[in-house]
Write a protein that binds this ligand. Structure first.
Ligand code: ZN
Length: 150
């Protein structure tokens, strides 16, 4: 596993990614929807990998749904950085992480443009279940403090 980390600008939200292959094997996907374009977001994910998200101050957790409202976009309300998109289904949480908030993002392959706007709701969620991280933990401060002591 290749472990990389990152987070928002102010450090309120940290991400820890475990990738099944080297970062150079991933081409972050730049979604062409209005929301992602305004953030200039490009997402990286790995169904064989895992991601942990630690939120220090849950009161500063920004949550936004747009379009078909199926995914939740997580951002930091203090510094405004978009962390990624999350989708819950059948008790499992899926996630795609904004590559720009990961340290060493330059080690990824050049990003590619994707367009999901013409997909149906079911086509979108099937795609997310197949390509996003499927081992996802979002931990708030209470738990994160414990983890930091390890
Ligand atoms: Zn922040």
């Amino acid at each position: 596993m290749n472990r990389i980390n990152g987070g928002c600008h102010c450090g309120n939200i940290l991400v820890d990614l475990e990738l099944s292959v080297t970062p150079a094997s991933y081409a972050p996907r730049a979604c062409d929807c209005d929301f992602c374009r305004r953030h200039n977001a490009a997402y990286v994910s790995d169904p064989q990998g895992s991601v942990a998200v630690w939120i220090q101050d849950a009161g500063l957790r920004g949550s936004y749904r747009q379009g078909s409202s199926q995914a939740e976009f997580l951002s930091c309300r203090r510094c405004g950085v978009l962390i990624g998109a999350f989708y819950a289904d059948g008790g499992r949480l899926y996630a795609a992480i904004n590559a720009h908030c990961v340290r060493g993002a330059k080690n990824f392959t050049a990003q590619q443009s994707i367009s999901l706007r013409l997909l149906t709701a079911d086509e979108k969620t099937a795609r997310w279940r197949g390509s996003w991280f499927s081992h996802v933990n979002v931990l708030t401060a209470r738990y994160a403090d414990g983890l930091h002591k390890l």
